[in-house]
Structures are given as structure tokens and as C-alpha cells.
Design a protein around this ligand. Structure first.
Ligand SMILES: [Zn+2]
Length: 76
């Protein structure tokens, strides 16, 4: 199965985090995942969860994992 990036975004604990844990057959909701910011958090895959802000540590880690095609950002 094609995965564009070796991680997934998961809402947990008031922020959207990224995790490299494999996605369970039933999805991430309600399970504990190890996030890129080194936390073990229970995923809250609700509609509201996806409106939470992105965890800055996970965002940085995700960009690293994705090979950081980030050069287009003038802020960097
Ligand atoms: Zn995080």
C-alpha cells in the first residue's frame, strides 16, 4: 500500500500530533500512540479534534520525516 509519508496525523490531548505507529484496522480512535514529540497519547478522532492546532514539535518532526520540501517557505 502506498504511503506518501511514514507518519500519520492524529488529534490527541488538544493538539494534532503526528505518529509513526501503524494505523490499526479500525483506525486510531481511542488507542494510545507514540507521537513525534515523544508523548504517549490517546487519539481523539472526533470532528472537533481535527480543528485543534498542530503540535509544533510534531510539525517539525513531520517535516523532517517528509524530507522537508520546505524550501518554498519564505520564512526559512
Ligand atoms: Zn506532538
Amino acid at each position: 500500500m502506498y504511503r506518501p509519508h511514514p507518519f500519520s496525523w492524529v488529534p490527541a490531548d488538544g493538539q494534532r500530533h503526528a505518529t509513526t505507529d501503524p494505523k490499526p484496522r479500525q483506525g486510531y480512535h481511542g488507542i494510545v500512540v507514540r507521537t513525534l514529540c515523544s508523548e504517549a497519547l490517546t487519539v481523539d478522532n472526533s470532528d472537533l479534534g481535527w480543528l485543534w492546532p498542530t503540535c509544533p514539535s510534531c510539525n517539525a518532526g513531520a517535516h523532517e520525516l517528509a524530507g522537508a520540501a520546505h524550501g518554498a517557505d519564505p520564512a526559512e
